[in-house]
Design a protein around this ligand. Sequence first.
Ligand code: ZN
Length: 474
Amino acid sequence: MPKRVIPLLLLSTVGCANPNVTPEPPSAMGPALRPPLAAPTPLSPGSSPDFDNPRIHEIVGAVSAERVERDVRRLVGFGTRHTLSDTVSNTRGIGAARRWLFGEFERMSAQCGGCLEVMYVSDIVPGESGGRVPVDVQVVNPIAIQRGRLHGDHYVLMTAHYDSRVTDPNDSASDAPGANDNASGVAGVLEVARVLSRYPTDVSIVYAPLAGEEQGLHGGRILTAYAEDNGWSIIGVLNNDVIGNTTGVTGIVDNTTVRVFAPGLPPTLEREELQRLLSAGGELDVPSRQLARRVVRIADTYLPTLDALMIYRLDRFGRGGDHSPFFNQGFTAVRITETHEDYRRQHQDVRIEDGVEYGDVPDVMDFGYLATVAGLNAAVIASLGWAPPAPEEVSISGAVLPSTTLRWSAVDAPDLLGYRLYWRRPTEPAWTQSRWLGDVTEFTLENVVIDNYFFGLAAVDRDGNESLVVFPNQ
Ligand SMILES: [Zn+2]
């Protein structure tokens, strides 16, 4: 749904990069966070719960442009974060950067009574002469896990690569500030962790800066393997990469939209599953698309100055990101990226050529916009972090009948209130109609013909928190 365009000046006064800013010491937590609101009053099973949650408005409001700017400048201060750069120095190179990230998570954990499990998830990537990893290198992801209270084996991940590069992908020595690509995404991860770690969640949240992306998505692949080895049931991965710039290469300035790249059919589908999905028209309704629809709905509900634009593609044309390894293994994953990129500011040696400035430096970023996109992530993760598990074994019937019937198995969650049915015309991008069903496991929607709509089902808890929508027969 299109939104009022907010004049750029209004927003950019908050986040405009100020080259005179004095960096704070790394241990500072920035502006103080207020104590969280108490949980809302539970509803009776008969009443339809409200999707709009006051605590999520509070979470969005707690995200700070000042803190994300400080984090971006701190990361740029390591000179280069190239995956094959120095690992010994405490001031320059990827080793210093990853130890700083680890330390930031530990500091946050100390503020929430040890609520974060901070660890390195790493592996050796073997060298290959002529490739982007010419010698063996240890790719190290410093991650933090916020363990869920009710469904600890279900996970929502926020990922962002923290490595950087210049024009030559194998140049590990030159300054590679990587401010927007992708200190922006990492600052988003840190800020969301800082805010959400003060709110206990029902499912587990993983905050994951990743290395090795520019050398071939290695950090994403290593964390995907770790998730598989540990049996994580992943609700969704939000991969943030390039989220802090509002001036496009064409000169367009837009701080009111963000893209959500939502891939279609997963390559892991068996032929039989694929045929069933295709015959039901389900190729538009795979889980990654349901996650993207949730991002759009969250933006509509909680971020009045931001529209999330669904892009039905794995990624930008011919390019990749760390959500791909997850998606390629069958996990639900999307990529969040600014709408208008400036390619003179990506993967470039810092220089001036024919009067044109090149290089990924922080002074041209829009930190107010970056904080808004971080707020969107925080709201999506909170909304999924408190939601019950999605319904399973959802079947649908109604061929040659005037009405449509759904059946499903009951969701096992102590705070479950019931289920909400969604439907829409097949060419509509998002769910347009819904009905509260209460705590049942079967429902017939009278006089709505199955052939003419797509249907979906979500589980809802007593506070109105809602699972992702499930397309039947998947
Ligand atoms: Zn990137």
